[in-house]
Design a protein around this ligand. Sequence first.
Ligand SMILES: Cc1cc2nc3c(=O)[nH]c(=O)nc-3n(C[C@H](O)[C@H](O)[C@H](O)COP(=O)(O)OP(=O)(O)OC[C@H]3O[C@@H](n4cnc5c(N)ncnc54)[C@H](O)[C@@H]3O)c2cc1C
Length: 372
Amino acid sequence: MADALVLGAGLAGSAAACLLARGGANVLLLERESRAHHKVCGEFLSVEAVAHLRQLGIDPAALGAAPIKRIRLLDGKMEVEAPLPFEALGLSRHALDEVLLSRAEAAGVKVERGVRVLELGGGGVRTSHGSRTGHHVLLATGKLPIREGNNSPPRRAANGFVGFKMHYRLAPPATRRLAGTIVLALFEDGYAGLQMVEDGRANLCLVLRRSRLPFIGGDWNGVRRWLGENPALRNLLADAEPLFERPVTIANLAYGVPAHHGEDGAVLRLGDQWGMTASLTGDGMAIALRSAFLAARCVLAGDAGSYPALIADEARRQVGRAMLLQNALQRPWMRLGGLRLAQLCPPLLTFMAGMTRLPEWELSDEGSGVIA
Ligand SMILES: Cc1cc2nc3c(=O)[nH]c(=O)nc-3n(C[C@H](O)[C@H](O)[C@H](O)COP(=O)(O)OP(=O)(O)OC[C@H]3O[C@@H](n4cnc5c(N)ncnc54)[C@H](O)[C@@H]3O)c2cc1C
């Protein structure tokens, strides 16, 4: 039996596994995918996410991450731009998750790829490759629910958002216009983010209400036409070369923090399994990493039971504010009023970007024991 059985090798799972192994625990990490893969994500690394990655010994800038210093908000023909209150970075999840997983392996974590977790229960899990057990189970399988013994059906109901992601090689003038900026385009039933990542690629990522899909054609071409309703976004994407055969997609996105049952420290919920913050604030990865630091700290101290209260204390306010903003922007009059205000006073945008951050953490040497 492993000291810690970590489920899912995304940011939360790999970071927790790495920290636990560095702390001397015997860790088994299970991941469904057998190789590096793309994930639906805006790939905007906030200042807190970057700080946590550096604590883990990973420098996103050294991996070619693109610097992002400004935010440009679009709604129809309206446009407002302001500096971010911090420097962010753009790096693909394809690259980042793989580096983090390799750090976990280098720290001594036993990794099993191509193993799908089917059900949790009884101090372990049932997987596509038999049962696995662990003294502590860390659930970090991301956005979609996992069956938990008798507690089925899954604990989250779908609230009707779908997500899409596509990488592009933009036309040179568009690349120049986008450099250093995260563009956020608001629509009636969703929003889209466009920014540069490494290797001169641009990442387009969006969420929209599922109920809107049939009205725009129900497929990626329809989504592209829907996005094209925004003239500035249409311009940026004109003559762009798609770099995937088809977009990466996810359905049934359930934002917010669900009520967790059985918070007794037996199963520690990390990252999106703890809760999903509004994507437009670009802080989900920071929450995933913070949850990993907290969970590893609690397990190594022999006090796993205090983890749920600690993560709630750290992240609930961020999720609350982010969800308020996301819900407000879904209402046309709030969107219009908000953008008019921001046009009159662009520092308001900078202020809002600062409001939706996790609390700062004093950085210690925690986790940085093995820096490759
Ligand atoms: C549209 C959208 C845009 C976003 N944009 C941003 C952004 O720009 N910046 C930001 O900070 N955050 C963003 N987020 C949030 C961010 O993507 C997540 O918060 C973050 O990925 C959570 O990390 P995680 O480790 O919890 O889950 P994930 O990164 O999803 O990792 C989960 C891992 O578990 C594996 N897995 C899943 N099911 C199983 C199973 N049954 N068995 C075994 N393994 C399994 C998966 O393959 C995956 O590797 C966005 C989210 C969405 C939906």
